[in-house]
Structure formats: structure tokens, C-alpha cells
Design a protein around this ligand. Structure first.
Ligand SMILES: Nc1nc2c(c(=O)[nH]1)N[C@H]1C(S)=C(S)[C@@H](COP(=O)(O)OP(=O)(O)OC[C@H]3O[C@@H](n4cnc5c(N)ncnc54)[C@H](O)[C@@H]3O)O[C@H]1N2
Ligand code: MOO
Length: 420
């Protein structure tokens, strides 16, 4: 009997329709880097609040220097000085200037700043009481940064949903935000299933292997924007699995298990979800990662990934990552897909959609993008994934690809929304 495999896109939309953005938390602006803002950020004042000097020099009335030249320089009286943070209270009149530092407010009456380097101090130290000489005119507004250049009071400086860049944290600070609201990191519970599994710190006995999936999945969850919580390893025992899974669904926003998802004698977890909750799908047209269960348990989304490490990786990437991003408030968006030239032939006999581990590189001579698959696509191997930067996508149906064919690769090394 042919198995019922659902298309990846259907599986993705089922999962996305069962997760929602988490509650809001307030965090220091600098910690919001890389996260979407949950609310519009509005400037409470003009940024900058006053016109200020872009140079260390002399604040002048440009009209005074209109005729200034090397042959006919103009001399002005220095009537004061201004450092950043200091305000000169007076007004500059005809024939007068104020010595000014970068960032200081441009005094009343002045409309330009002339930098030190092209001003001659005729007497004194260049401060009050000195005379200074100008040999060229200054344009209105020269070296003056006007008030509200960045934003006016009441302007939205960053919209809800916009991802804060490091410079944006500075912009938010200048708009009056020491902290901002973002969607909390969803708590993602991770459980490894299998009697053969031992902790990475242990040396496996005969028939045992180290639990590598939980480390990879915790790392992937963290990278996707979640707060991963490890609940441990459950042996292939209904009661032990039930205990961990129940605790995780009570305490977390999303629960992920790996292993025990297939058709073996000890694959209990799908049966548990079917019995106590609802299974929404349990087979996907994808390789690796066919045997993946998604459902609701205790009202929480539950994703049961295949135990094979590469299958767990691809399953997380294609299904859990978009869900975590949605919970964190990111706009929907997929990893960038690129076209590249295949360097070898690939025969595909199965109907499922393939995501083969591969590396894409730019040929230094021709500038073309070339993609080469990892030597083995064995689902048990993670080293090939560690050294790959993309998944070569080969859509449903058997096919024979030749060297030189143009194929689609999913850049798993680049964030969603990257423009290539
Ligand atoms: N009769 C069938 N057998 C299998 C099918 C099938 O359709 N019919 N599908 C195969 C495919 S494809 C996959 S993928 C696996 C999925 O199996 P499970 O999800 O039930 O996973 P396990 O049997 O528990 O483990 C598979 C494999 O992965 C190792 N593993 C499990 N957990 C971990 C871990 N945390 N860290 C490292 N390695 C882990 C486990 O030892 C096994 O070698 O089923 C096929 N069989
Ligand atoms: O689909 Mo399995 O998940 O091929 O490795």
C-alpha cells in the first residue's frame, strides 16, 4: 500500500497555522539586535534637538565672508566659545564669530561653520578677545547639521516588525528608548527518544550511541530565536516517554522530540499524540525527514522528528525554524534560494522531494556559482551538514540531473530575507 506523504508546503502551513507570536517582554535596546520590534518606536524629541556644528572651527554669518579671498581676507572678532554640551547665550552680530566644537549648538545669528584648518588666528589663543582671519567665503549651512535631521518629535523611527540592527539600537536610544518590547523567546522543549542513547559525556557501551540530536537541535533552536530547554533522554518505554513529553508540553510553547517517529516496534510517540491529542500529519514527501509527526498535545504544538541526525536537521530547518520565527514575531520569510550550476550528475529514483547536503562556491575564474553535493547523503552523518552551506533541492519525481544543469539551492548559512 502506498504511504500518504503530504507536500512540504502543506506541512509548513499546518504548523504555521498552529503557532502564534508569544507574549511581549521588555529588553534593553542593545539586546534587541536581530529581533523584530513588537511595537512602533516613536521619537519623543527632535533628533538632533538643535542645529549643531559638524566641525571644530568658527561659527560665522556667511554674509560677513561673502567677499573674503586670499587677496582680501576678512577679519572677525571672537566673542565666545562653545564646546559640545555648552550653550553660548548671546547672538553673533556683524563682524563677530564664536569658536565652536563639533556637536555644539550653532549660536543664534550664525549660519555656517568654518573649520580651524583654514582660519588664521591673528592674536591671542583663538578664544574670546582674539581676532581671526578668513580667506574664502562660507556657504549658508556649511558644516552645520540641522535640527531634526534624523527625525522629528512624533516620527516613527522604526516600525513594528522591523528587525533591529546594531545601529538601530543607537537610533532607538536617541529616540528615548532604553528598552523596547519584543516577542519573548518561545520555550522549546527538546527530548531525545531511544534506549540506545547515552549522554555525550558517557562512553557508549555495546549497542549504544551518543545522543547527538539534542545538542544539534538545542543549537538550531537557539539560532532560530528560541529558548531551548532540554528534558533529557527517554528510553523506548511508553511511560518514560509520556512523562517527559507531558512535562515539556506543560512547561513549553513548542515541543520537539527526535527518534521513535517511524514504523518500528518501539515508535510510541505518534501513538501517544494520537491517543491523547491530535495528529495533524505524520509523513512528508521529503528526504531526509519523511517520518515526521506534527500534532497538538495538551494544546501545545508538538513536532516529532526522525531520529536519523540529518533527517532531524532538515526537519527542524524546514518545519521548526519557520514556526519559532513566527512565534518570535518575524515576518514570514524563507531562507534565500539561489540558482547554481551542478558539477556532477545526480540520479534520483524516489518520488519524494530531496534536500541533499551540498556546498555552493563561486568559481574564481568564471564567476559562476557551482554546487557540489556531499559525497554521501547518509542520514546518520552530521559532519557532511557541518561542512555544507546549502541544501540542493530536487523537486518531486524521479529525474536524472547532469553536470552543467542549473539547480536550486537553499542557503542554510544565510538568514531569511538575505538579498543575494
Ligand atoms: N519500515 C520502515 N523503516 C524505516 C522507515 C520506514 O518508512 N519504514 N523510515 C526510515 C527513515 S527514512 C528514517 S529517517 C528512520 C526514522 O526513524 P525514527 O524516527 O523512528 O528514529 P529511530 O528509529 O529512533 O532512529 C533512527 C536512527 O537515528 C539514530 N538516533 C535516534 N536518536 C538519536 C539521537 N538523539 N542522537 C543520535 N542518533 C540518534 C538511531 O540510533 C537510529 O540509528 O526510520 C527508517 N526506518
Ligand atoms: O527520511 Mo529519513 O527521514 O530518509 O532519513
Amino acid at each position: 500500500m502506498a504511504e500518504k506523504l503530504i507536500p512540504l508546503e502543506d506541512a509548513q502551513s499546518i504548523i504555521l497555522s498552529h503557532v502564534a507570536p508569544t507574549d511581549l517582554v521588555e529588553i534593553p535596546v542593545w539586546q534587541a539586535t536581530g529581533l523584530p520590534l513588537a511595537e512602533d518606536a516613536v521619537a519623543d524629541i527632535d533628533i538632533s534637538p538643535f542645529a549643531n556644528s559638524a566641525m571644530d572651527g568658527y561659527a560665522v554669518r556667511s554674509a560677513d565672508l561673502a567677499q573674503a579671498s586670499g587677496e582680501a581676507p576678512v577679519t572677525l572678532d571672537v566673542i565666545g566659545h562653545e564646546a559640545a554640551g555648552h550653550v553660548f547665550e548671546g547672538t553673533i552680530g556683524a563682524g563677530e564669530t564664536v569658536r565652536i566644537m563639533t556637536g555644539a549648538p550653532v549660536p543664534e545669528g550664525a549660519d555656517a561653520v568654518v573649520k580651524y584648518e583654514i582660519v588664521d588666528v591673528l592674536d591671542g589663543d583663538g578664544n574670546e578677545g582674539s581676532h581671526v582671519r578668513f580667506s574664502a567665503p562660507a556657504k549658508v549651512g556649511e558644516n552645520v547639521r540641522s535640527a531634526a535631521e534624523e527625525a522629528h518629535a512624533g516620527d516613527v523611527v522604526m516600525h513594528a516588525g522591523e528587525v533591529v540592527a546594531p545601529a538601530g539600537a543607537g537610533l532607538l536610544a536617541s529616540a528615548g528608548y532604553a528598552s523596547v518590547k519584543v516577542h519573548a523567546a518561545p520555550r522549546v522543549g527538546i527530548i531525545s527518544l531511544g534506549t540506545e542513547l547515552v549522554a555525550p559525556s558517557k562512553v557508549p557501551a555495546c549497542g549504544q550511541i551518543r545522543d547527538s540530536n539534542s545538542s544539534a537541535l538545542m543549537a538550531e533552536a537557539l539560532d532560530a530565536g528560541a529558548e531551548p530547554v532540554f528534558y533529557g533522554i527517554a528510553p523506548d518505554d511508553e511511560q518514560a516517554i509520556g512523562e517527559l513529553v507531558h512535562r515539556a508540553t506543560r512547561e513549553c510553547d513548542f515541543v520537539i522530540t527526535s527518534g521513535g517517529a517511524s514504523a518500528g516496534d518501539y515508535d510510541y510517540v505518534t501513538a501517544l499524540v494520537r491517543r491523547e491529542g491530535e495528529v495533524l500529519f505524520d509523513r512528508i514527501s521529503m528526504r531526509p525527514g519523511k517520518a515526521i509527526t506534527f500534532g497538538l498535545l495538551g494544546g501545545k504544538p508538538y513536532l516529532g522528528l526522525s531520529g536519523n541526525p540529518a533527517a532531524a536537521y532538515v526537519g527542524f530547518e524546514m518545519l521548526a525554524r519557520p514556526a519559532i520565527r513566527k512565534m518570535r514575531g518575524f515576518a514570514e520569510g524563507a531562507r534565500p534560494v539561489q540558482q547554481a550550476i551542478l558539477t556532477h550528475c545526480v540520479k534520483k529514483r524516489q518520488d519524494r522531494r530531496f534536500f541533499d547536503r551540498a556546498t555552493v562556491l563561486r568559481d574564481p575564474e568564471t564567476g559562476e556559482l557551482l554546487v557540489t553535493e556531499a559525497k554521501t547523503q547518509n542520514s546518520a552523518l552530521l559532519g557532511t551538514m557541518q561542512r555544507s552551506n546549502c541544501l540542493l533541492r530536487i523537486d518531486e519525481g524521479p529525474c536524472e540531473l547532469k553536470a552543467g544543469d542549473v539547480v536550486d539551492v537553499v542557503r542554510v548559512d544565510l538568514p531569511e530575507g538575505t538579498v543575494l
